[in-house]
Design a binder for this molecule. Structure first.
Ligand SMILES: [Zn+2]
Length: 242
């Protein structure tokens, strides 16, 4: 085979390798971003719950003080009631005492409800804190293994790029420039095998005389439809036909 064709095939192989590495790199980064987003959402939800808990505790304390005051008022009213002589006054005092008792009962019930809310929120906060810690640990683990893997991939990409440079040195500049142009325009594939007389890049059938020449492997051909460089190998043909 013409050495230019061989080198072009090698260039394509190298670019395929680079693409695979880059894809892995992107996947790693995307996954990590996703985990970090989840973590940020959890942190926000946790903050909100903690705030609600603090508010409930605050209300609970207010209510508790109010209940104490209610109790004092009831005791005062009771003392007064004992001292009262006249029926009319007695009736008024009894009514007042009843109102105070009613308020006390209501406040006591509300205090109970607040206690329940506090217990519930506290349980939710600690469950969420545990979950948060778990995800955080996972993110940290992922972060460090990803960092290692990313460094490895960068190194691999660099090494492959160096190899590409070496191969490119042995090709005419014009051909390398054309190769790069097609690579960019045609989704990263600039060199393709011809199978059963058709370009495997765009599926177009070649003129019979070109198909014969390509099989001889002496001249460099570009597809007249997609511009990709074309070559023929028995292996590529067999692989495609299977
Ligand atoms: Zn083509």
């Amino acid at each position: 085979m013409n050495p230019t064709i061989e080198r072009l095939i090698e260039l394509q192989r190298i670019d395929d390798e680079i693409r695979t590495h880059r894809k892995q790199r992107e996947e790693l980064a995307t996954n990590l971003e996703r985990l970090k987003r989840i973590l940020a959402q959890m942190a926000a939800s946790l903050d909100e719950k903690r705030m609600r808990l603090a508010e409930s505790i605050h209300w609970h304390e207010d209510k508790r003080i109010e209940l104490q005051a209610d109790n004092e008022r009831i005791n005062n009213a009771k003392t007064k009631l004992v001292a009262v002589q006249r029926t009319k006054e007695y009736q008024a005092m009894t009514k007042e005492l009843e109102t105070l008792r009613k308020k006390f009962n209501e406040d006591e019930a509300e205090l109970g409800r607040l206690s329940a809310v506090i217990d519930e929120t506290r349980a939710a906060v600690s469950a969420e804190e545990a979950k948060f810690a778990e995800i955080q640990a996972e993110v940290q683990r992922e972060d460090s293994t990803s960092a290692d893997r990313l460094a490895e991939l960068d190194k691999a990409i660099h090494a492959v790029a160096l190899r590409k440079g070496e191969v490119g040195k042995n090709l005419p500049k014009q051909i390398v420039a054309t190769y790069e142009r097609i690579l960019e325009k045609r989704d990263g594939t600039a060199v393709v095998p011809v199978v059963q007389g058709s370009c495997t890049g765009c599926k177009m059938k070649l003129p019979p005389q070109n198909w014969v020449k390509i099989q001889l492997g002496k001249e460099l051909f570009q597809c007249s439809t997609c511009n990709r460089f074309m070559y023929y190998t028995v292996q590529a043909s067999q692989a495609q036909m299977q």
